[in-house]
Design a protein around this ligand. Structure first.
Ligand SMILES: Nc1nc2c(ncn2[C@@H]2O[C@H](COP(=O)(O)OP(=O)(O)O)[C@@H](O)[C@H]2O)c(=O)[nH]1
Ligand SMILES: [Mg+2]
Length: 494
C-alpha cells in the first residue's frame, strides 16, 4: 500500500546521505520533498502540515550524534513523526463483562463480513475466546448464508437464522444467546449500503442502542483513500466508533487513508486487512507500519542506540563531576543547551502537566523576568565565548576579559556578570545538595529521553516536582522563588 511513498521518501533520504552536516537549508529542502511525497500518497493536507511542523523543530534543533550521519538522524526523526501521526496501538477492549459485543459497520463491499470472520478466528485461536457471530444483514439475500459458511470453515458458531427477523431484533437475540451460551465475544456483522445515507445511519444507531456493543469497528476500504476518511467521519457522527479496520491494505492504495485516519477522525486504526484469505489480518502497530513505509529499521535502531549511548555517557559524566562538588560554567551551558533542545522555555513549560492553558501567560511573565527563549540562547552564547581556562576558573575574568566575551557573544558586560552570578548561585546549590539529591540532579541534567524521544527531544527533562518547591503556581506567578534553580533563572534583584 505504501510502495510509492516508500520510494519517494527513499530518494529524499538518498539526497541527504553522505552529507557531513546538514544546514537549515538542507533540512528545509528535505522537508519540502517529504511534504510532496505525503501529498502524492493522498495524505490529507492538515495532516501533512502537522507532520512537517512536528519534524521541522526537531530536525533544526537536533544535536549531532557521534556515530551516525545527519541524514540518518533525519530518517529517525521522520520515523518518529510517522509513528506520532499514526497514533498508539490500541487493542480491543476484551476485558469487559462477557459477552463482549463487537459491532462491525461500514459501506457495502468494504469487507465487513470477511473481517468479522477474520477477527472471530483470531480472537478464538490467538486469544482463546469463545466467539459467536451473527449476521444482521437482511438486505442482501445471500449475506447471512455467507457468514454461516465462513463460520463452518473456521469452526466458529453462528447465530441460527430466523426468517423475517429485523436487524435490531437479531442483535438482541445474539447478545442474549451470547450470554446464555457462555460466549466471551459476540460479533455483529451489519448490512452496508453503497453510501452512508440516513437509512443506514439510523439502522446502525438503533442496533447500537439495542446491543450496547463494547466495540464498534468501522470497516473501511483503504483503496478509497480520503473517501474512507470522510466516511469514517460520517459514521462517527452517528455511532460511537471505537476502532477502524482498514481493508485491502494488500492492494495498491497510496496509503493516504492509513496515514490520515487517526489524525482526522481521532479513531484509532486497530487492524489491517491484508488479503482475501481468512488469516490475512494484521494488528495495527504504528511502529511496524512506519518501519514498513521507510524500510529503514536498521538505521532507526542505530540512531536510537547512538542517542541512548550519548545520554548515558553525559549523565554519568555530569553525575561524577557533581559528586566531586564540581559545577563549571560549561556544565551550566550544557544545561542551557539541553533546555534549548527541548524547545526552550516554552517547550519545557509545554511538557509540564496542566501548563497548556497557562503557557502563554507564564511565558509573558518569564519574559519580563528576562527568562525567555532568547535569553537562554544568549546565556549559552556568553559561555561559549569564554576560553576553556575561563570556563574552568571564572575568577580570572577581569573587566577586559568580560568586555571581550560581551563583544564575542553580542551582549553586554552586564549580561556577562548576570550569567556569572547565576552560575555561582547554581554551583552553591549543587554543593549544598546532599548525597540524596545528587541522583535527582543528575537525572535532571542528563537523564532519559523526553516524550516521544528522537535526537531532537533529547536531554533530561527537569523533574520539577522532585527538585523541591513543587510546581510554581504560574497562574499567580511570584518571581522567582518558586522556580527551581535548574531552570537557569537569573538572580533575584535585591
Ligand atoms: N484483497 C483483499 N480483499 C478483501 C479484504 N477484505 C475483504 N476483501 C474482499 O472484499 C470483498 C467484499 O467483502 P465482504 O466481506 O463481503 O464485504 P461486506 O459487504 O462489507 O460484508 C470480498 O470479495 C472479500 O474477499 C482485504 O483485506 N484484502
Ligand atoms: Mg457483508
Amino acid at each position: 500500500m505504501f510502495d510509492a511513498l516508500t520510494e519517494n521518501l527513499g530518494s529524499v533520504f538518498d539526497r541527504l546521505r553522505g552529507r557531513g552536516a546538514l544546514s537549515e537549508r538542507d533540512v528545509e529542502n528535505a522537508l519540502g520533498d517529504i511534504r510532496k511525497a505525503l501529498l502524492e500518497a493522498d495524505v490529507a493536507l492538515p495532516v501533512v502540515r502537522a507532520f512537517i511542523d512536528l519534524v521541522r523543530p526537531r530536525a533544526i534543533g537536533a544535536e549531532v550524534l557521534k556515530s551516525v550521519t545527519p541524514g540518518q538522524q533525519v530518517i529517525k526523526l521522520v520515523n518518529d513523526a510517522l509513528i506520532d501521526m499514526l497514533g498508539t496501538a490500541e487493542p480491543l477492549a476484551l476485558d469487559a463483562v462477557p459477552p463482549v459485543g463487537i459491532m462491525m459497520v461500514g459501506l457495502q463491499g468494504s469487507g465487513k463480513t470477511t473481517s468479522t470472520a477474520k477477527l472471530a478466528r483470531s480472537l478464538n485461536e490467538d486469544d482463546k475466546r469463545k466467539v459467536l457471530m451473527a449476521s444482521l444483514d437482511t438486505q442482501r439475500p445471500a449475506a447471512m448464508e455467507q457468514l454461516a459458511v465462513l463460520g463452518r470453515q473456521i469452526n466458529i458458531e453462528t447465530l441460527p437464522i430466523i426468517e423475517g427477523q429485523g436487524p435490531v431484533d437479531i442483535a438482541k437475540r445474539a447478545m442474549q444467546a451470547g450470554k446464555l451460551g457462555g460466549f466471551d465475544v459476540v460479533m455483529l456483522d451489519t448490512a452496508g449500503r453503497t453510501n452512508a445515507d440516513e437509512a443506514l445511519m439510523s439502522e446502525m444507531a438503533a442496533i447500537e442502542k439495542a446491543a450496547s456493543p463494547n466495540e464498534t469497528m468501522l470497516v473501511a476500504d483503504s483503496l478509497t483513500g480520503q473517501e474512507a476518511v470522510r466516511i469514517a467521519g460520517q459514521f462517527a457522527a452517528r455511532v460511537k466508533l471505537t476502532g477502524i479496520m482498514l481493508t485491502r491494505a494488500d492492494g495498491d492504495g497510496r496509503g493516504g487513508a492509513a496515514l490520515s485516519m487517526r489524525h482526522e477522525t481521532g479513531v484509532p486504526i486497530k487492524y489491517l486487512g491484508v488479503g482475501e484469505a481468512i488469516d490475512k489480518l494484521e494488528v495495527f502497530d504504528p511502529a511496524r507500519v512506519a518501519n514498513r513505509i521507510l524500510g529503514m529499521g536498521d538505521v532507526v535502531g542505530l540512531v536510537e542506540k547512538a542517542a541512548a549511548t550519548m545520554d548515558a555517557e553525559k549523565a554519568e559524566k555530569i553525575a561524577a563531576r557533581m559528586k566531586k562538588g564540581l559545577f563549571t560554567l560549561e556544565d551550566m551551558a550544557e544545561q542551557l543547551r539541553q533546555m534549548q533542545r527541548m524547545g526552550g522555555m516554552s517547550g519545557v513549560l509545554g511538557m509540564l502537566p496542566g501548563m497548556g492553558k497557562l503557557k502563554k501567560q507564564a511565558a509573558g511573565q518569564l519574559a519580563n523576568m528576562g527568562m525567555d527563549d532568547r535569553q537562554l540562547i544568549r546565556q549559552a552564547a556568553i559561555v561559549s565565548s569564554m576560553t576553556e581556562a575561563e570556563k574552568e576558573n571564572p575568577k580570572v575574568l577581569n573587566a577586559s576579559r568580560k568586555r571581550r566575551i560581551a563583544a564575542g557573544s553580542g551582549t553586554s558586560v552586564q549580561d556577562v556578570n548576570r550569567v556569572l552570578k547565576m552560575h555561582r548561585q547554581m554551583a552553591d546549590m549543587m554543593k549544598k545538595l546532599g548525597k540524596g539529591g545528587m541522583q535527582g540532579m543528575a537525572n535532571m541534567l542528563g537523564g532519559g529521553p523526553v516524550g516521544q524521544g528522537g535526537p531532537g527531544a533529547q536531554g533530561g527533562m527537569p523533574d520539577l516536582n522532585k527538585l523541591g518547591g513543587g510546581l510554581p503556581d504560574l497562574g499567580n506567578f511570584k518571581p522567582p522563588g518558586g522556580l527551581p534553580p535548574g531552570l537557569g533563572l537569573p538572580p533575584k534583584k535585591k
